[in-house]
Write a protein that binds this ligand. Structure first.
Ligand code: NAD
Ligand code: UDP
Length: 342
């Protein structure tokens, strides 16, 4: 039983992205009508090409930082935002805007139509965590002015905004803290670790490991993640819920799994660790288990096998991995360097 109604019309922002497109598929499979909104800054219409003839699906090109209204909806899933470090460091101001103005515009739609609302938040709210694994009660350890802050602080602000719309305007909101998720439609060129290493392995290029590879992440396969998100959307929980796979891997172990699954003889190449790269990350999912009866089913090796064909096809189209980027240098550090020279 859904609280957004079996035939409710549902709005998905960021619909042409990796998670948004899978969410649209799942909602349509449940019998809903879906209006997807996207400005195609990091997603692409090709992710939704298979829905071209689906009469219950509409796709609108729009930047949600500008106010919008595409008609009555029963539920809003707010997924619009660059998500990969390479994307959000390239699109720093846009990322801060979509977490603030864009999220406010999406909340206004939920308020206007008395619709439910679920916001895609992130494990990045915990920053470089000093509590491990991370429960929802942990307030996090974020550098508010570092290169990752355009994303981390945008998401922390958007959580505050969602809670404020809940408290002040009584909007029926949910907050999911998503941990590293992978699967088909993850852009090969988005620079995330699974995208880069799968693409490099299949091209026979060196696998780039940043730092010494001992930093950890916990990887969730997309179908598990979407299942958890849908369960949360049907619940009445307004406080944040972690949805992620608690199976924790070092990046080096993850690279070895990828070499194994792809059968590649690529070598490993160590490169500098980007600034503020979190040392460890693992969700505590006790709350999701208790409230939603959810836990992931697909382990890393199975998940990598499930997306092998997708990455093979991307590589055949000539798509390539993307190296880490640094955001533009701050004037403060330029001044410091200048004064150090004089
Ligand atoms: P993605 O980049 O594939 O998808 C994001 C989509 O949002 C893209 O289609 C992009 O074009 C669209 N978008 C960005 N700014 C927009 C704007 N101003 N107006 C309209 N559309 C806009 O990323 P994803 O991995 O699918 O992530 C989706 C959401 O989930 C994001 O909010 C992200 O922060 C969150 N999330 C993802 C992960 C993960 O591991 N994939 C982890 C934590 C949180
Ligand atoms: N990483 C890496 N090689 C790459 C891409 C990423 O070693 O080619 C590392 C990155 O430094 C981080 C981890 O893999 O420690 C996960 O990076 P990703 O960009 O996927 O997501 P994050 O969790 O950092 O947002």
């Amino acid at each position: 039983m859904t609280n957004h109604g079996k035939t409710g019309r549902i709005l998905v922002t960021g619909a042409a992205g990796f998670l948004g497109s899978h969410l649209c598929d799942a909602l349509l499979a449940e019998g809903h009508s879906v209006v997807g909104v996207d400005n195609f800054s990091t997603g692409k219409p090709a992710n939704l090409a298979h829905l071209k003839r689906e009469s219950r699906f509409e796709l609108v090109e729009h930047d949600i930082c500008n106010p919008f209204d595409f008609g009555t909806v029963a539920f809003v899933f707010n997924f619009a935002s660059p998500a990969s470090p390479v994307d959000y460091m390239r699109l720093g101001i846009e990322t801060l805007r979509v977490g603030s103005e864009g999220t406010k515009n999406a909340l206004e739609i939920a308020r206007k139509y008395h619709a439910g609302f679920l916001h895609a938040s992130t494990s990045e709210c915990y920053g470089d965590p000093t509590v491990h694994p991370q429960p929802e009660s942990y307030w996090g350890h974020v550098n508010p002015i570092g290169p990752r802050s355009v994303y981390d602080e945008a998401k922390r602000f958007s959580e505050a905004l969602v809670m404020a719309y809940h408290r002040y305007h009584h909007v029926n909101t949910r907050l999911v803290r998503i941990f590293n998720t992978y699967g088909p439609r993850l852009q090969s060129s988005d620079g995330r670790v699974i995208s880069n290493l799968m693409t490099q392995a299949l091209h026979g290029e060196d696998l780039t490991i940043y730092g010494d590879g001992t930093q950890t992440r916990s990887f969730c396969y997309v179908s598990d993640e979407i299942d958890g998100i849908l369960r949360l959307s049907r619940s009445s929980e307004h406080l944040p819920v972690n949805i992620g796979n608690p199976d924790e891997w070092t990046i080096l172990e993850c690279a070895r799994q990828i070499l194994d699954v792809t059968g590649s003889s690529s070598k490993i190449r160590f490169e500098p660790l980007p600034q503020d790269d979190p040392v460890q990350r693992q969700p505590n999912i006790a709350k999701a288990k208790r409230l939603l009866g959810w836990e992931p089913k697909i382990d890393l090796r199975t998940g990598l096998q499930l997306c092998l064909d997708y990455f093979r096809q991307s590589v055949e189209r000539g798509e390539r991995a993307t190296p880490a980027i640094s955001p533009p240098q701050s004037r403060a550090s330029v001044t410091q360097q200048t004064s150090a020279r004089h």
